[in-house]
Design a protein around this ligand. Structure first.
Ligand code: 5CA
Ligand code: ZN
Length: 411
């Protein structure tokens, strides 16, 4: 599938730094260790109610990581999916009396336009689940042959297939990534698309790999008969299709830690014998009016709405980068007002940059950002430079563009 237009990313003088990042398994900030090529898979949207500020904040976090890797001279390979067939999307389409394909297409278009206006670097491969149904079915069939997937019969349809989360694999163990106890896993599984109460499973936590066709449900012909993919396996298969068996970073929001990332990693380990990723990174949740901003609650602030109300996309970007990616925080209009003021003063300061070599500031910016994507710290550094009456220089203006994605000379 087509992604979106890549923003220009200037090069900056001097050497970039290898980014350090909080790893959910280790529970601490560690060095990202790209193996020559830096590979990353970030979970994409389920295309409805796109693009709210929570989505945008998560993609901006990984955009910052990619910008740091590029600055450090790595070749980056980036893959993102879109969950263009799944229960929540189908439910929304049914609620609105809309064809689910049309809803997915419209919302994916809107998402692309929003990513482009926020100058987010696009993935090299942007893959819809509906493009890989055959590959998913083959992967599930292989897991069944190897005894890691099993069938659960249903009255209304053929057999569904489930993943045996108790299988023995040196590259994966249930709970290693999330660090959660069983009770919490059961609660989250029920809340986030799982079906712990379904009879006939080996373990209530075992996730669905393949759903046999039900009347009125979208389905595809495959080696498993007619049906459609489960949620976690789509990300394992799409990542494996375009990236090495063990990628540098697997990313998404913290609501994906369990069950989604835990099981994507499990499926992937079962298919390859290797861990899915060296490092699992999770962005905090953006809230609005007292709750997590979410499609199910409907407490959304959309990027496209802010833009059509006249917000400069650079100010939206600056407002989101003003919070540390790992914290949970709440959006208010004041964030945008403050970012707008900051953008205006930065742009005035940078209007005629001095053509001087860097005086060490770019190094400080790199060092700050490379320590777990400290974007608020980087913004503070620029603010402090302005407050001190020090000039904007060409290297600094280029660094703000390359690393923070904000082109102060535009607009
Ligand atoms: N399609 C799946 C992933 S395979 C999915 O979770 N889609 S989503 O549309 O619900 O979310 C897209 C991305 O935005 C995910 O990485 C998710 O973790 C993140 N996200 C969702 N809500 C928020 C929020 N309120 N704050 C920050 N990130 C969020
Ligand atoms: Zn995913």
């Amino acid at each position: 599938m087509r992604a979106w237009t890549r923003p220009a990313v200037p090069t900056i003088p001097g050497d970039g730094r290898v980014a350090r990042l909080f790893d959910s398994i280790e529970g601490r900030v560690v060095e990202t260790r790209p193996d020559g090529i830096a590979s990353i898979y970030v979970c994409g949207i389920t295309p409805y109610d796109a693009t709210h500020l929570g989505h945008a904040a998560t993609y901006l976090a990984f955009d910052t990581l990619i910008r740091l890797w590029l600055d450090a001279g790595f070749e980056v390979r980036y893959v993102q999916n879109t969950t263009d067939v799944d229960d929540p999307l189908l439910e929304r389409a049914a609620r609105d009396g809309m064809d689910w394909r049309l809803l997915a297409e419209e919302q994916t278009d809107l998402f692309r336009a929003d990513m482009e206006r926020l100058r987010v670097i696009p993935p090299d491969h942007y893959v819809a689940v509906t493009e890989v149904v055959g590959e998913v079915a083959e992967a599930v069939a292989r897991l069944e042959r190897e005894g890691v997937a099993y069938r659960v019969g249903s009255d209304e349809a053929g057999d569904d297939l489930y993943f045996d989360s108790g299988f023995h694999n040196p590259a994966w163990q249930l709970g290693a990534e999330s660090g959660l106890d069983r009770e919490t896993m059961l609660v989250l599984s029920a809340e986030r698309g799982g079906d712990p109460d379904r009879a006939g499973k080996r373990d209530p936590l075992d996730p669905l790999l393949w759903r046999a066709e039900r009347p009125g449900d979208p389905a595809w012909d495959s080696v498993l008969g007619r049906g459609r993919p489960g949620w976690h396996i789509e990300c394992s298969v799409i990542a494996l299709e375009h990236l090495p068996a063990t990628i540098t970073v697997n990313g998404g929001g913290s609501d994906l830690v369990f069950p989604h990332h835990e099981f994507s990693a499990g499926h992937s380990a079962a298919l390859t014998g290797h861990p899915l990723a060296r490092l699992y990174a999770h962005a905090g949740m953006v809230g609005y009016r007292g709750e997590k901003m979410s499609k199910s609650l409907g407490n959304l602030v959309l990027v496209s709405r802010l833009a059509s109300d006249g917000a400069d996309p650079r100010a939206i970007r600056l407002a989101l980068l003003g919070q540390h990616y790992r914290s949970d925080w709440e959006w208010t209009d004041a964030h945008l007002t403050a970012a707008d003021g900051r953008l205006a003063s930065w742009a005035a300061w940078a209007a005629a940059p001095a053509d001087l070599p860097d005086d060490g500031f770019v190094g400080e910016l790199r060092e700050t950002l490379s320590e777990d994507l400290n974007t608020p710290g980087a913004i503070d550094l620029v603010d402090a430079r302005l407050a001190a009456g020090l000039p904007a220089t060409t290297p600094i203006v280029r660094a703000i563009d390359a690393l923070l994605g904000i082109d102060l000379m535009a607009g």
